[in-house]
Write a protein that binds this ligand. Structure first.
Ligand code: NAD
Length: 263
């Protein structure tokens, strides 16, 4: 542990359990002295998030479904009342109906398209709008994205389209908030077995394919994504905004499958 985040306070949105990518980032920044607040979706997750928050010394655990504008207002009001200002925020939230995370993209329904875009893209804008009002200069926002935004990944479908919009949103938000001294970046994480990932059809194949075909020949951990989060949330990355940083064992640079000697 060190003190890169000493004196900094931030909000982690989207921890569901100890496999969550948001939890990987929370551990990394707390290990460097950050003080944390957590938001979670729905009462059912409360009993999972509270003990995790306690592990990193946080007592600020707040319910906020991102589709509920009033709930977001309430959550940020509670954070402002407790702390006044914040220094960083992590958005680790996405959702699509699992029935559309398999089969063909062309079969996406209007309802799920809208819901997926609202929860997985617009929520970052909604949260950024509220966070900037209470953010110190030098503040940093980070969201999570995936390679399915750049290239077609079977079964990822509407989430790939949502992640493309999320990555574009990172750039537009960076342009809006840069003059206020606030940075906005995304981490494009390789496939990791989490609750959200288990909704994707043939997810095990994404893991084994990534392992076989990435330069490092392995998948990444939430702790590795956490360390990249630490970099982007700390002053170490003070010159970087609007960036999508890959933590994917290098998978995204490959233009061709790795063929073993048998093929
Ligand atoms: P996870 O299931 O642990 O986290 C997803 C979170 O989204 C959950 O905490 C869930 O409660 C929250 N959420 C969903 N709908 C919500 C709503 N309406 N209001 C508030 N919260 C809501 O899974 P994860 O894999 O850690 O996902 C975190 C982020 O990482 C997501 O954006 C995901 O797309 C992204 N990501 C995941 C992978 C992977 O392979 N796991 C790879 C790249 C990017």
């Amino acid at each position: 542990s060190g003190n890169l985040m000493q004196g900094k306070r931030g909000v982690i949105m989207g921890v569901a359990n100890n496999r969550s990518i948001g939890w990987g980032i929370a551990k990394a920044v707390a290990g460097q002295g950050a003080e944390l607040a957590f938001t979670y979706q729905g009462e059912a997750l409360k009993r999972r998030v509270e003990p995790l928050a306690a592990e990193v010394g946080s007592e600020l655990v707040i319910e906020a479904d991102v589709t509920d504008e009033a709930a977001l207002d309430k959550a940020f009001a509670a954070i402002e009342e407790k702390w006044g200002k914040i220094d960083f925020l992590v958005h680790a939230i996405a959702y699509s109906d699992k029935n559309e995370l398999e089969g063909r993209f062309i079969d996406t329904t209007p309802g799920n398209f809208q819901n997926s875009m609202n929860i997985s893209v617009f929520s970052f804008v909604a949260v950024a709008k509220r966070a900037r009002k209470i953010m110190n200069e030098g503040g940093s926002l980070v969201t999570l994205t995936y390679y399915g935004s750049e290239k077609v990944v079977p079964n990822y479908n509407v989430m790939g389209v949502a992640k493309a919009a999320l990555e574009a949103s990172v750039r537009y938000l960076a342009a809006d908030l840069g003059p206020e001294g606030i940075r906005v970046n995304g981490i494009s994480a390789g496939a990791i077995k989490t609750l959200a990932a288990s909704g994707i059809g043939d997810f095990r194949k994404m893991l084994s394919y990534g392992e076989a075909n990435s330069p490092l020949r392995r998948n990444v951990s939430i702790d590795e994504v956490g360390n990249a989060g630490l970099y982007l949330l700390s002053d170490l990355s003070s010159g970087t905004t609007g960036e999508i940083h890959h933590v994917d064992s290098g998978y995204n640079v490959m233009g061709m499958r790795v063929l073993d000697s048998e093929e």
